[in-house]
Design a protein around this ligand. Structure first.
Ligand SMILES: [Zn+2]
Ligand SMILES: [Zn+2]
Length: 215
């Protein structure tokens, strides 16, 4: 069974998700946003072993805690990121552009791709490639938990901005339509910012993409 702990951290209030298979205690951090020591302390308290850092995308506010987490782990966690966000990762996720400095942690060692199945203990998690906010943005869908970690693709009543380098509006809308709105309506959407929502709620009421049919 998948357990999920949510943190809201850092200068732009980014959601980081510490997840684990309750049975094996194998754990991953989806978007170690900031304050890695806080995430690490929570994992230790629960006796969870963080083996993976999975990034929806490489913006600094989603990876800023990676260095501190890695400093506290041996062996180092394995970092997974889509190849099309590697260039952004090498620029510290744009941190200097916004006046921040981050410790970006270990280099990405696993390339995420559409349809890839990640395993956390006994829990399967599907990777869906969802460019538009950044060129290499991906989301993580845990079907058994009816939960999707969707980064900065879609928020409650909002969508990711597309005015930063590599962003594209039509691509973003297409990603939401083909990769999010095709999930069951009851699926929880755990976004990179703001409160959680569901696929059904966003199909009905999202002012940017609501009313679009899944296809
Ligand atoms: Zn972002
Ligand atoms: Zn963000």
């Amino acid at each position: 069974m998948l357990e999920i702990v949510t943190f809201t951290l850092g200068p732009v209030q980014t959601n980081a998700y510490l997840i684990a298979d309750a049975e094996t205690r194998e754990s991953a951090v989806i978007d170690p946003a900031w304050d890695g020591d806080i995430i690490l302390a929570e994992a230790r308290k629960r006796d969870w072993r963080i083996a993976h850092l999975w990034y929806t995308h490489a913006h600094f506010d989603h990876i800023g805690g990676a260095g501190a987490i890695a400093d506290g782990l041996n062996p180092l966690p394995i970092v997974a990121l889509h190849a099309d966000d590697h260039a952004l990762w090498r620029l510290d996720g744009g941190a200097p552009m916004f006046g921040f400095k981050i410790e970006s942690g270990p280099e990405p060692a696993v390339d995420l791709y559409q349809g890839q199945m990640l395993r956390l203990g006994h829990v399967d998690i599907e990777v869906r490639y969802t460019p538009g906010h950044t060129p290499g943005h991906c989301i993580f869908y845990a079907a058994a938990a009816a939960a999707c970690f969707c980064g900065d693709l879609i928020f409650q009543n909002g969508v990711g901005r597309t005015d930063l380098p590599g962003g594209d509006w039509d691509t973003l809308v297409n990603s939401i339509r083909t990769q999010v709105f095709t999930l069951p309506d009851r699926t929880r959407l755990l976004s990179g910012h703001g409160p959680e929502t569901t696929v059904g709620d966003e199909k009905r009421s999202n002012p940017f993409v609501g009313g679009l049919q899944a296809s």
